[in-house]
Every structure is written in structure tokens, then in C-alpha cells.
Write a protein that binds this ligand. Structure first.
Ligand code: GSH
Length: 201
């Protein structure tokens, strides 16, 4: 299995999930020029052009973070990274993944886009603040998004929270989010993923 990633991008969530699930995989870096660290044209592998992409052992290419995260969790059920499909908690997981993907993650995009104007960034920042305030409220009194168990949604939220610095957003205003970030950052597989992506010593 191969994970195509860019350091610190949303692909970090899938990278964490693969390590948490003890999957054997190769992590292949994609540069801004869409060339991969093993010399390929990333657009030929994933015509969408963005990370993450997971190339399965049978050669299929799976894209879209929430699908990749659930694939990794479902193929490795003993990891406990997602509740089983029949469980109401699974819909709660999907609710979080959808919210994080379209309502939080995408509002960070202007901060990584040199063409984004200040008004665009201001609008996006206001959306991020509102949605992270909601997340702070939902997290109060629990260790992780679904309760006391770490899931792929927490890997995704952790990844997004790392971007606060680029948007001038201080996590200190949300104690429950700050605590979740620290809790996830302390996990050995998270530290290994960060180190492998060159994000920490
Ligand atoms: N809908 C996609 C979005 C992925 C995405 O936004 N990837 C960003 C990094 S976080 C990227 O590769 N951007 C570079 C580009 O679009 O060329 C998903 O959820 O997987």
C-alpha cells in the first residue's frame, strides 16, 4: 500500500491512521510541482492533483480523506479507529468527518493560497472561529470527538488544528481543543508520523 502525502497537509490524518492500525505502507511525498519523491507525475496517479491518495495492494487508487480514513479503519477493525458500520456511533463519526472536511478544513484553504485576498481570508477565518467554537463546546467533558476512544476523526481534527498558526488562530481560547491536540500529539504513532513527515525532531 502507498500513501501519497505532503508534509503537514490533510494527508497527515491518513498517515496517522495507517500507523495506528499497524499497516505496512510506503509514504511517498508529493511536491508543489506535483512530482513525487520516487520520480513520478502525481497527476497521473491521482488526476485530482491533491493529496491524500492511497494506492491499494491491488492497484486501485482511493482518494478523499474521509473515505481513506474509513477504509483504513474498516480494514483493520481491531485498531478501534472507527465504530462498526451498524453502530449509531458510526454515523456520529461520519457526521464529524463531513463537518471537519467541508466546514473546517476547506475554510483553511485561503491561508495556503497565495491568490487569496484579505477579505477572503477574513471570511474564512470567521467561519473557522465559529466552527471551532462549536467543536470546543461538543468536546467539553470528553477526551475525544466520539467520547473516550481515539478515532480517525481525532486524527483529522489534530491535523487541522496544526494549521491554526497559518490563520493567526490561537488554540489557547478553546481549552478542550487544546487538550485534545495535546492528547493526540502525545500518541507514539502520531509522533512517528510527524517525524516521518519532517514536522518534528
Ligand atoms: N476533498 C479532498 C481535499 C484534499 C485537499 O484539500 N488537499 C490539499 C492539502 S490539505 C492539497 O493537496 N492541496 C494542493 C492542491 O489542491 O493542489 C479531501 O478531503 O481529501
Amino acid at each position: 500500500m502507498k500513501l501519497y502525502y505532503s508534509p503537514g497537509a490533510c494527508s497527515l490524518a491518513a498517515h496517522i491512521a495507517l500507523r495506528e492500525a499497524a499497516v505496512t505502507f510506503d509514504a511517498i511525498k508529493v511536491g508543489r510541482d506535483k512530482k513525487t519523491s520516487d520520480g513520478a507525475d502525481y497527476n497521473a496517479i491521482n488526476p485530482k492533483g491533491y493529496v491524500p491518495a492511497l494506492v491499494l495492494d491491488d492497484g486501485q487508487v482511493l482518494t478523499e480523506g474521509p473515505a481513506i480514513l474509513q477504509y483504513i479503519a474498516d480494514r483493520n477493525p481491531s485498531s478501534g479507529l472507527a465504530p462498526p458500520a451498524s453502530d449509531m456511533q458510526r454515523y456520529r463519526l461520519q457526521e464529524w468527518l463531513g463537518f471537519l472536511n467541508s466546514e473546517v478544513h476547506k475554510n483553511f484553504s485561503p491561508f495556503f493560497n497565495p491568490a487569496a485576498t484579505e477579505p477572503m481570508k477574513e471570511m474564512a477565518r470567521a467561519n473557522v472561529l465559529r466552527r471551532l467554537s462549536f467543536t470546543q463546546q461538543a468536546l467539553t467533558g470528553r477526551s475525544f470527538l466520539l467520547g473516550e476512544r481515539f478515532t480517525v476523526a481525532d486524527a483529522y481534527l489534530f491535523t487541522i488544528l496544526n494549521w491554526g498558526q497559518y490563520a493567526g488562530i490561537d488554540l489557547g481560547q478553546w481549552p478542550a481543543l487544546k487538550a485534545l491536540h495535546a492528547r493526540v500529539a502525545a500518541r507514539p504513532h502520531v509522533q512517528a508520523a510527524m517525524k516521518a513527515e519532517g514536522l518534528s525532531g
